[in-house]
Design a protein around this ligand. Structure first.
Ligand SMILES: [Fe+2]
Ligand SMILES: [Fe+2]
Length: 400
């Protein structure tokens, strides 16, 4: 090795040594007990043995780092992808025994190097009003078009209690740069608002075609979601009760019959005042003349029998909302049927092409991004959909 090469190698080694460890892909997820716990997921691109979540009741002073509790996490090597050969160290933590309806500051790190302080608020106990955000597929435009939508949603409902994303978070899960870009573009949103995520068909796309019926190992290291669904569908099929609203998230990609059996039980024992279903695939799809009659047969009779008010979907990269429907018929009052919405948040867009045109009360315009807000209160549910510049283009009120 000549002298010049030795110097370059030495400089490279020094720069690697000096590189600070930095936690990445930080996200909050709701747990089954949102009034007393919170899930935090993050990872490092550097090898580390032990990670920490440091959390403390939020306050205005700059001595947070001297107070609070620390939860130790053992990182696991995360399967990455075909584009990045460096191992990554994924951390999944559930903060427990938190105070009800309390604002916390938290940070994650290796004990020396920390993320910024982020915040979250635990849920109230019982049935209390709140607002949420719902997004359709992100999938394209992670650091270009999506951040402006997040900013507009935060401006519209800064105090949203939770955000729900209807799947297809990234286009190709085996391309690790996509996860990297998705989390980077959404970092503040993910770190400050607890999320519930549905799993889309793109999460199942894998470099090897014969693996497409099985969830690849890139989903679970990115989220920490409830495991109260059917066995084998942990973190993709589950429910969360939040201040009087039951959110049931279905995995529209596999084992639908089992989920239908499970759904029946979850709907039967439900004392919440509102019931919302989230699933990636649409029951009345609006793109490519797609149709999934088996989904309707398996799930819709249950939605109708047990009074699900809203079904929040993605997959079609366009916006449609149906009339309230019961047994395929249009009802005259939104509370008398099930209301099915399909929306899109990212830059990937499809034209509306559907055999269900007559069932849509509202259709979006091609090439538009949307975000939705839902206000839950005792007597009414107010749903609104907005464009990227904050124009409200659709509104639905469901009265009790
Ligand atoms: Fe999809
Ligand atoms: Fe999609």
């Amino acid at each position: 090795m000549n002298k010049m090469k030795k110097v370059i190698l030495l400089l490279l080694m020094i720069s690697v040594a000096l590189q600070a460890v930095e936690p990445k892909r930080i996200i909050l997820n709701l747990t089954e007990t949102p009034e007393s716990s919170m899930a935090v997921t993050f990872r490092f691109y550097e090898e580390i043995d032990t990670a920490y979540v440091h959390y403390v009741e939020n306050a205005d002073d700059v001595k947070l780092h001297l107070r609070g509790d620390t939860l130790k996490v053992v990182p696991e090597i995360a399967y990455t992808d075909t584009t990045n050969e460096v191992a990554q160290y994924a951390c999944s933590a559930i903060l427990k025994d938190l105070e009800i309806n309390t604002n916390y500051a938290y940070r994650v790190g290796d004990g020396k190097n920390w993320s910024p302080w982020y915040t979250f608020t635990t849920a109230e106990k019982g049935k209390k009003d709140f607002t949420m955000v719902y997004l359709g597929d992100p999938q394209w435009g992670y650091k270009t078009y999506l951040p402006r939508l997040y900013d507009e949603a935060i401006k519209t409902v800064p105090d949203a209690a939770l955000w729900y994303v209807a799947g297809d978070l990234v286009d190709y899960p085996y391309e690790d740069w996509q996860w990297d870009a998705y989390f980077e573009g959404a970092q503040k949103v993910f770190a400050n608002y607890p999320h519930i995520m549905a799993v889309g068909n793109h999460a199942y796309l894998w470099a090897y075609r014969d693996h497409r019926d099985k969830l690849p190992p890139t989903w679970q290291p990115h989220v920490t979601q409830p495991e109260n669904g059917p066995e084998g569908l942990e973190e993709t099929c589950y429910y969360v009760d939040y201040q009087g609203v039951r959110f049931i998230i279905l995995n529209g990609n596999e084992r639908l019959e089992e989920q239908s059996e499970w759904l029946k039980k979850v709907l039967k024992k439900n004392k919440n005042r509102w019931t919302i279903v989230g699933i990636h695939q649409g029951f009345y799809p609006c793109g490519w003349e797609r149709d999934y009659p088996n989904y309707r047969a398996l799930f819709m009779p249950l939605f109708e029998k047990y009074g699900v008010q809203l079904v929040l979907q993605g997959h079609d990269h366009a916006y449609t909302r149906t009339y309230p429907l019961k047994q395929g018929e249009i009802m005259d009052d939104p509370s008398k049927g099930v209301n099915y919405v399909i929306s899109v948040s990212g830059a990937k867009q499809y034209p509306i092409k559907s055999k269900f045109d007559s069932l849509y009360v509202t259709k979006g315009e091609e090439g538009q991004q949307y975000f939705q807000t839902i206000d839950f209160s005792k007597d009414s549910l107010v749903y609104k959909s907005y464009t990227a510049t904050g124009k409200c283009h659709d509104k639905l009120v469901i009265k009790k």
